[in-house]
Design a protein. Structure first.
Length: 207
């Protein structure tokens, strides 16, 4: 039975652009997998605690390790991991960083020859208020995509795809009014990409 781990992090609720795209992916995925299972975490509504020494140094059977074990096992059970990762102050939300810190376990999910998440598909919705593409004034100031390619792709061994809704502030910032058509195009393309990726078969985990 197929399993989707869906994690949202935006604090913008129904106005969130990343949530709109993750919802589109999930709706299509569920239609493609009517017998499938969804594990959902809303880290804005129910943030997990930051990783502390007791949990970091705990043996896997100790009570202090219980939350890390749960989060790691949820990721290991999933065929696809869907992450909403809006850009906050040029990087990922601290709630998502907390989740990554708990899941980043040396010898199991990371820094090992066979990471337990290797080969799974990860789809990241990295929305941002402006544009950070090459040729724009803010190019080079995106610390979302590069960081997540490193942690999710190189360290965890996930097969990572990014969906990047951009210029999301344009409809609400008068100085960006001329960019609204580009924002609308980006939103339309992002929703279509989410639906397309959700129809793709999951990458098989490495043996």
């Amino acid at each position: 039975m197929a399993t989707l781990l869906h994690i949202d992090t935006s604090f913008s609720g129904e106005n969130s652009h990343s949530r709109a795209v993750t919802a589109a992916f999930r709706a299509t995925w569920e239609a493609e997998h009517p017998e499938g299972t969804v594990i959902y975490r809303d880290l804005a509504a129910e943030p997990i605690p930051h990783l502390e020494a007791d949990a970091y140094y705990a043996d896997s059977e100790e009570p202090a390790f219980a939350l890390r074990r749960q989060l790691i096992e949820e990721a290991e059970q999933a065929d696809v991991i869907l992450l909403g990762a809006p850009m906050y102050n040029y990087t990922i939300p601290s709630t998502l960083k907390a989740w990554l810190d708990h899941v980043f376990l040396v010898g199991r999910t990371s820094i090992t020859e066979n990471p337990s998440l290797a080969g799974k598909r990860a789809v990241v919705v990295a929305s941002r208020g402006g544009s950070y593409r090459e040729g724009t004034p803010m190019h080079g100031n995106d610390y979302v995509e590069g960081y997540l390619r490193l942690t999710l792709g190189e360290v965890f061994g996930l097969d990572v795809a990014f969906i990047v809704p951009e210029l999301t502030l344009a409809p609400n910032v008068p100085a960006m009014a001329e960019l609204v058509p580009l924002y609308e195009t980006s939103r339309t393309e992002s929703l279509a990409t989410a639906e397309s990726l959700a129809k793709e078969p999951a990458v098989q985990p490495a043996a």
